[in-house]
Design a protein around this ligand. Sequence first.
Ligand SMILES: Cc1cc2nc3c(=O)[nH]c(=O)nc-3n(C[C@H](O)[C@H](O)[C@H](O)COP(=O)(O)OP(=O)(O)OC[C@H]3O[C@@H](n4cnc5c(N)ncnc54)[C@H](O)[C@@H]3O)c2cc1C
Length: 393
Amino acid sequence: MDFTWSEEEKSVFSEFEKLCRERIEPRAEQLDRNPSLELIKDNLNILAQFGYLGAPLPEKYGGGGMRWTAYFTMSEYLAKACASTHLSALAHTLLCANFIAMFGTEEQKRKYLPDLAKGRKIGALCATEPSCGSDLGALKTKAERIKGGKYVLSGTKAYVTNGPIADLFIVLARVPVDNSNSKKHEGITAFIVERDSRGLSVGNPYDKLGVRGSPTSDLYLDGVEVLAENIVGGVEGDGFKQVMRVFDIGRVGLAVFSLGIVSACLEECIRYSKERYAFGKPIAAYEEVNFKIVDMQITVDMGRSIILKSAWMHDMGLEDAGLLASCAKLFVAERATKNASDALQIFGGLGYIKGTKVERLYRDVKLGEIGEGTNEIQRRVIFKRLMKQYGYL
Ligand SMILES: Cc1cc2nc3c(=O)[nH]c(=O)nc-3n(C[C@H](O)[C@H](O)[C@H](O)COP(=O)(O)OP(=O)(O)OC[C@H]3O[C@@H](n4cnc5c(N)ncnc54)[C@H](O)[C@@H]3O)c2cc1C
């Protein structure tokens, strides 16, 4: 494994770090307090102008062709600056555009990727439903074949990141399977659905605990007609397998989300522990404070290492890349939740007050343990993959 960066990559990292620090971070507090669709769209536009939204997508379709190791290194700056903006960019690039880049037909890539890569269209992935998230195989949204090579989609999707601002949705729906012995995820198919489709509507943004600036909503499909050519990859029934592979890379993105938050906590705590005095000394003089800060540093170092290795495995196309992605997401998210709680503790009463940065980070961080498969589901995924590796499945 070689994580040395080219001069060009180094220069992109430093420009991107500056952009996140100067233009995204100063808006993070406002986005959290008064979530605004205009503001998050503007942030995404800033990232698009820089080339970040399309950075890992193939150059042939307007992307930057960046390797995953470099892309996730950049992403940490964004997650550190504003977790909400990072989450919306992740859903756009990794869950929607990359879905099409990985599995779309040549025509779908040519039609949709250039706009997604340049941020002219915003994307979302609609997998979860009100009655199922972890158990995606139980999804109820229906896709019925009708005449003229079309399908009619009906159902409700829940927790759609970017729902209120997206132009393009990848919707997982169930096409009836003519086989009574079929497994429950057979028939699940991914459709590309455009926002202006008749019968499609989007709910109001949820009022959330954290990542409040990243708009999340329901998506309602009431007899939405979609052409067969909008099935991702063109084959009915491939949706479940496809989305699991998409999550393999998306989970690295969510590990970076948690990492960036810890990195921000660390910086805040180092500063505050030198400024705040108790019993005649800065609180940095007390071991109980120091050890919490050290634990944050360990998460940052170990998290970065596991994320880079996992990204490198994706770059190399190695089979176990997904297994390490689950490990990375689980490991960093669990530690990050504890680290953010410690950060709030270091700030004492001030940490409990709105407007203190660690208070926001403490709320934002929890999503890392829920999105793209909860901690419990990650452990199941890891165990299943291990059993497979050892030849028991
Ligand atoms: C802010 C936010 C953004 C999101 N963005 C998106 C998005 O863009 N697209 C999308 O499709 N979804 C999105 N989600 C949904 C997210 O992926 C789901 O919430 C998550 O997968 C968990 O599903 P659930 O909420 O239905 O929980 P459930 O599946 O109902 O789980 C409830 C609890 O039971 C546990 N549990 C369930 N099954 C098992 C089991 N077999 N063994 C042990 N424990 C189990 C879970 O770990 C959890 O603790 C988002 C969620 C949030 C909060």
